[in-house]
Design a protein around this ligand. Sequence first.
Ligand code: HEM
Length: 470
Amino acid sequence: MLSWLAAETHTIEAVEPAKKRLEPARPSYYSGKPGNQLQRLLTARRDFLSIWRQNDYSARISQISLMGRQVVVVNSPEAIKYVVATRHENFERKSPQMRRSLEYLLGDGLFISDGETWKQRRPLVSDIVHKHRVPAFGDIMKNTSLELVERWTKLGEGAQVNALYEMAGLTAEIISRSVFGNDLGEESAGMVTDGFTSYQALIDSINIGYFLGFDEGLPQLRTPSLKRSVKRIHTIIDRVIEDHLAGRGDDHSMVELLIRRQQRNPELKLDVVALRNEAATIFMAGHETTAATLTWAWYLLSKAPWVEDAIHAEIEEVCGGNVPDVADVPKLKWCTAVIEETLRLYPPVPILARQAKEADRIGDLDVKPASLIMIVPWLLHRTASLFPDPHLFKPERFLEKRPTPYSYIPFASGPRICPGLQFGLTEAILCLAVLAQRFKLRVPANHQVEAACRLTLRPRGGLPITLHPR
Ligand code: HEM
């Protein structure tokens, strides 16, 4: 509706192999009429990445008013620190958009909770996905990637697949085996994954109610198809939890860890619904993001064969003829830099949106209660004063120098930082290494990649690729 009023944007992409220079796909800067808020809102509804003017890509704090609602864009490291760490308590609350779009599926799950519930659950979930547990999940990551290697091998030279679906299948399988244990079964795992995908496609990308003056936003319309996808997910997860509660679950799964924690600390009051909310949260937060990261990494490597050569040489040097293992990850410096640069250019969560609890002051700007505070990793990571040649793919920048604090935040920062950071990073690096050891992936020359932002940042329509065994 009214989408024809949105401003026109086009995709910019420049590949110069002779100069080893790649400027990967990004939307052109916004050129809508200044002051035309409706046009900007409608453009945002179609694609959140297309609403930024060139001067938004600079280290500053700015504000716009959308239908009378104050929207503050915080894009300097000091101010980001103020919002996510110094004044965390005032800005911990997710935006009404985020809460309303996910509450039907995740209930009071950690991702959208705040206040006492968040305080109580955060240590629990953090502990379950904590870095000291990651090695225990390393074999699941490696073996699931090897199963994909086997499947791709059977497809043969030049087979065409969609990298986004392949990576979503891979990471969903990894997180499903990690969260629910090995006994979920292929059919149920597929149903949960499909349920999450259709849920994302069905929810509104903007809560108009909030801009019309409702501080809490308006509830997401529960259409029959939305209800169906939620029911499918909840039924399967509840069954797994009940099996675990009855002692019939996989001993090493995250659900089992949650249940044991509840049994040791009954004051946590985690009933079946609370357990389901946290399991669904970890499942959702933990697979989409890593799938998007890997998909973008394949796109970048396909267009920058000079970087691909460097990671092949490194995998050969570190692993020889062996399959890369979780213990090899710290030695895979180039693979790590490729994933870090991918997360800079295409942060899977490109916008962190918060709602101010009380009036505040960020830098020189007065913030009203219930205002929308947006930290936009997409903008921050492409700010030239923080990252020279910001639109170019240069993984070596991460080998040379670490980013300044609060300038690189693909996992957010402060107390609400992603608790799965180490799990996600290890998984992305290990899957990349296992697959790159055996395959080159190529994006067809005539395919124009376009970045699309809904809850996560993915290539629009997925990423067609051809497979080439090495
Ligand atoms: C490359 C992979 C990943 C990226 C880029 C990523 C990024 C993020 C970001 C940016 C947030 C904060 C969102 C916000 O504040 O609005 C977040 C939160 C979260 N992530 Fe991740 N994540 C990744 C992988 C994972 C994995 C593997 C897990 C679990 C195993 C996980 C579990 C969570 C949870 C539970 C939260 C909510 C934390 C809270 O609100 O306290 N993430 N993630």
